[in-house]
Write a protein that binds this ligand. Structure first.
Ligand code: ZN
Length: 239
């Protein structure tokens, strides 16, 4: 997490600007004094020092970067508390992602309730999404026949198990039969408006078109909740 001030001139002083390293761009630096974070990352990589693969910069837009003095200008001072909350939210979200990568990855295990794949509250979404995808892939049977793997990225409203099961069911006895569905989970990081908990949403936190806070149970709309992105179609190698 990089916390800094910035002068883009594109937004009023006090605005919090968020960027990844790539978006910061590389500085044309005549000396080390002008080098920025992207240059630092490049040098660290070159020297094999390692550099965090997830980096976010949060910076407060300042009005007069060349004016020296104290205290902070009013708009910048007002941005400090929200900036702190944004930093905390991002760090908690990363922590939540990391703990999710541990040994117990089955999100159903966490809520205590056992749910067989494809029979949960989201099974209808899963099935409909897959039938739309399969219909699209099968439009050209000669093309469908050559497909080995279909890679998608799905938001947490979907259960990867249920998606795979629906895919297999829907492609049976079609030219797509035998092809595999590979599901990547889209990370959806949230912060609860009520209790401030930040976490990465799992299928267990979703009910219909709502997200349930795992700490306090508050409901929030699942905006753009049902996204399945087609990432890649891999064909069988031609003989
Ligand atoms: Zn909450």
């Amino acid at each position: 997490m990089v916390v800094d001030s910035i002068r883009t001139g594109r937004s009023p002083a006090g605005t919090i600007v968020e960027a990844g390293l790539a978006e910061l761009g590389v500085a044309i630096a005549p000396s080390l004094h002008q080098a920025g974070i992207p240059e630092l990352a490049a040098v660290a990589r070159r020297l094999g020092m390692g550099f965090p693969d997830r980096t976010r910069a949060l910076a407060v837009e300042v009005g007069g970067p060349l004016i020296f003095g104290a205290p902070l200008s009013e708009p910048v001072a007002a941005a400090i508390a929200p900036l702190g909350r944004r930093v905390l939210k991002q760090v908690r979200c990363w922590a939540s992602e990391d703990s999710g990568r541990g040994a117990v990855r089955d999100p159903r295990a966490r809520a205590g309730g056992h749910r067989a794949p494809g029979t949960g509250r989201n099974a209808v979404h899963d099935y409909h999404a897959m039938s739309a995808l399969v219909a699209r892939l099968a439009r050209d049977p000669s093309l469908a026949e050559g497909i080995a793997d279909v890679r998608v990225r799905a938001s947490p409203v979907f259960s990867p198990d249920a998606l795979r099961q629906a895919y297999q069911m829907l492609t049976e006895d079609t030219p797509l039969s035998g092809s595999r569905l590979l599901v990547e989970e889209l990370t959806d990081c949230r912060e609860c408006d009520l209790c401030g908990t930040a976490w990465a949403v799992t299928p267990d936190d979703v009910a219909g078109h709502l997200v349930i806070c795992p700490s306090c149970g508050a409901l929030a709309p699942l905006d753009a909740g049902a996204v399945i992105e087609l990432l890649e179609i891999r064909s069988h190698p031609r003989a």
